[in-house]
Design a protein around this ligand. Sequence first.
Ligand SMILES: C[S@@+](CC[C@H](N)C(=O)[O-])C[C@H]1O[C@@H](n2cnc3c(N)ncnc32)[C@H](O)[C@@H]1O
Length: 215
Amino acid sequence: MEESDRERKERSAAQRWDARYAAAEEPLFGSEPNEYLRMVVARSDFRARSALCLADGDGRNAAWLAGQGMTVTALDVSAVATEKALNLDRVRGVTVERLTADLDTWSAAPDRSWEMVSLLYLQAASGTRLRALEQAAGLLAPGGWLVVEAFSKDQAAHRTMGPEDPDLLYSLTELHSATPGLEVVEALAGQVRLEEGRRHRGIAHVVRFAARRPD
Ligand SMILES: C[S@@+](CC[C@H](N)C(=O)[O-])C[C@H]1O[C@@H](n2cnc3c(N)ncnc32)[C@H](O)[C@@H]1O
């Protein structure tokens, strides 16, 4: 069970996540990459060579993508997570451009684009989530992939993991409406067994969404 709504609203995202990462002795969501990210990267039609990992946390996904030979940029609001991620990069012998920034205010330089943008378990209020999705879609190079996984609204009825506040949970309707210019490859909502560190482990209700910018 995660923190209450009142606690969440009283502290900024950076403060809350810094405290969580500082208290964690192990990577918060494990050291293996997200399962859905691996599934998309393994597709026969996936050829992206550059990636932007939004809300990358302590680094497992960006470090793994860099290890696959991709040129990777990653961003997270938590400076503590970013420091841990840089350490992971050093241990793995990979280079990732890592930024500490808040998705509520961050904008990429106008000349930048990526062949894949991931948004994996950004647990934030709907305004932040929708801005991040719209930005992610706008930063895709032609043919580029948007990859999203997060707890769905159905997870609210199962107090096993994930945010308590339904505003932090995703729906396919939101994903479709935030990314109108993209061609949807997969849009799934359902039950999976997560194995993502100690916090995200067991049966969960999630959305999985992959979409491409037309060439
Ligand atoms: C559940 S964790 C997932 C981390 C990572 N994507 C993973 O799967 O390992 C959510 C992440 O979102 C980040 N985050 C929350 N609000 C954010 C914001 N407004 N801007 C940027 N990152 C944010 C947190 O710092 C945290 O690292």
